[in-house]
Design a protein around this ligand. Structure first.
Ligand code: SAH
Length: 215
């Protein structure tokens, strides 16, 4: 960490937001401010710290990845978040996406099936003082019934089809943002209506698979 002052990271972070996020059309100031604020370098393995603000996903161990910054921004913007919201993330991974959400909304629940990743993420959140995030080791296919309903759900692993329990755990008007497909996926946004849901296709993406069961 000696090579870089925290100011050095601030410069990388500002450049990331300017070139990868704003220049590509993300305009929700809540998303932009959150990503300017959060030290992404704390969420990547020490040996990859030089790449923390690069325009790419990175490995975080256990065959999992932290998503590309633009994809985090894009999916967060699709959720149309408000400060009083409670949201659920499926797939905590590094804990970066949940940190971004935590800056925007009142409460974040995040479920992860690999307990070592959940523990690492929780430790970083505690160190950074992000106290409105609760991480649970669960199988996200069934959502998180005990704290439902949510004002938004984001799935950060690729599902073969939409998990219907997630639809049931959302308030009317709320969005579910989820990659669906096999090796290459499409991002979909489901919006809950009074008598069901509507779904809209979005961009092509590549995520690790949403697996079944706890590791
Ligand atoms: N949002 C993360 C990136 C997620 S990578 C970040 O910001 O870093 C996808 C994560 O989903 C992995 O950590 C993987 O273990 C987890 N995952 C896969 N299937 C799951 C399931 N059924 N329930 C909960 N987590 C799951």
């Amino acid at each position: 960490m000696d090579e870089y002052s925290e100011n050095g990271f601030d410069d990388f972070r500002r450049a990331m937001v300017e070139h990868q996020i704003v220049a590509r059309g993300i305009s929700d100031n809540r998303v932009i401010d959150a990503m300017l604020d959060i030290p992404r370098h704390r969420f990547v393995p020490a040996e990859l710290i030089d790449s923390a603000y690069d325009d790419t996903p990175l490995p975080i161990g256990n065959e999992q990845t932290i998503s590309q910054p633009y994809i985090v921004a894009f999916m967060t913007e699709l959720l149309e978040l408000h400060p009083n919201y409670t949201v659920l993330e499926i797939g905590t991974g590094s804990g970066y996406q949940s940190a971004v959400l935590s800056k925007i909304v009142k409460k974040v629940y995040s479920v992860e099936r690999i307990s070592v990743l959940a523990e690492k993420a929780q430790k970083i959140h505690r160190e950074l003082g992000y106290n409105n995030i609760e991480i649970l080791v669960r199988d996200g296919w069934i959502g998180l019934e005990e704290f439902a309903p949510y004002d938004g759900i984001i799935v950060t692993a690729a599902a073969s089809n939409v998990p219907h329990d997630l639809i049931k755990q959302l308030n009317a008007g709320a969005h579910l943002v989820i990659p669906i497909g096999e090796i290459y996926q499409r991002l979909w946004r489901y919006t809950i209506t009074d008598n069901g849901y509507i779904k809209e296709p979005s961009i092509g993406v590549r995520f690790v698979p949403l697996l079944t069961g706890i590791d």
